[in-house]
Design a binder for this molecule. Sequence first.
Ligand code: URA
Length: 445
Amino acid sequence: MRAYELIKKKRDGIELSKEELTFLITKYLSSEIPDFQMSSFLMAVYFNGMTDNETMTLTGLMLSSGSRVDLSDISAPRVDKHSTGGVGDKTSIILAPLMAAMNVKVPMIAGRGLGHTGGTIDKLESIPGFRTDLSLAEFKENVKDIGFSIIRPTDEIAPADKKFYGLRDRTATVESIPLIAASIMSKKLAEGIEGLVLDVKFGKGAFMKTIQDARMLARTMVNVGNSMGIKTVAVITDMNQPLGKTIGNGLEIKECISALRGKMPDDLKEVVLTLGAWMVYVADCVTEEVAISKLPEHVVIKYKSELMDFIEKGDAFKKFVEFIDAQHGDPETAFKPNMIPSAGKVKQIKVTGKGYVQTMDAEKAGMASMLLGAGRQRAEDRIDNSAGIVLNKKVGDFVNTDEPVAMFHYNDETCVKEAEDLFLSGIQVGEIPPDKTAIIIDVII
Ligand code: URA
């Protein structure tokens, strides 16, 4: 077998066999196939896609490049949630303690932010002392004792993905549905979970810009998960405007703390409760050993109200405090969010004129937050945990002349003007309130 022949086959749209893909991936991992040949193969995949069998094989190969956490001695159902990436998306940090309060175990291995998108790990690291580099043994202990743990990827988990992602990032091949699906699913399957709820985002601030692509990514990941024995469901959600009222790590943790105390903006609440309802239902399906089926609307409503009860009773908040403590952070932070570092400078951001906010481009808002220091342009960049944006207004709100639409928080002035221009270029106001659009678009089972 020769790499050249396999690249040519993919270029010509011919399906590769399991043996051929195994050859290509294992030889690349052992550096017998060089980057330039793998880049060429990835670009052929970008243009020609992969069949379900190929995607499944690729996922399996990435998964078996590392180890799989064994949590089989935990009796409660183990269900994770994963988002395909967005702006202001802090739902994992609210959902994990909420599930733990309901005796659904969440072993979560999360990522960092890149470009306009944020990452759960960066957000958590804004809590004083908090550590995301726990060993797999500590991770397992915390899942058992507290009900959840959130750590950064370790070298043992799907190491092949790290090598592939690095290459994709440099060769403009990140935005490929089978490659994204294999990358995400290999890491999720390694967590030792039995169920998975995917939040597949679409719109301006998401990887998937159209609803059609989001559906295709969701379908691919659901098929991979189910065929590998994990009960998987995907919820498609709108990411045209940022989620909630904050963008930026420390600011988002403060918003999570208020959410866990029962105060959530409507859009964030809808996404949290919908994903939460599906997580509880997937946990039921794991326990009862039945396949996931369409969940009737009245059951979703019932689960959402139970979830709200667990927040209002303070049980989810209590789990969050235990979690901070177990991961070496200062648990007082949950009671005194001002312990999270604040930026030295705050600037009011105003639109010209007045009217109803028609659009607030999530990608531009995410990039503006990155320019303020909250995100990274390249994986190796340092970030400022106190920087970011507080959104005073969202789509549909009325903004008066001289009223700030947002507040920029920053320490470094360098890119503030550029951030302001970019952020404001994504906002339109008009005389008539815009039509209300749903944030939950579809569920793929
Ligand atoms: N997130 C991942 O983990 N992998 C991708 O390929 C894209 C987003």
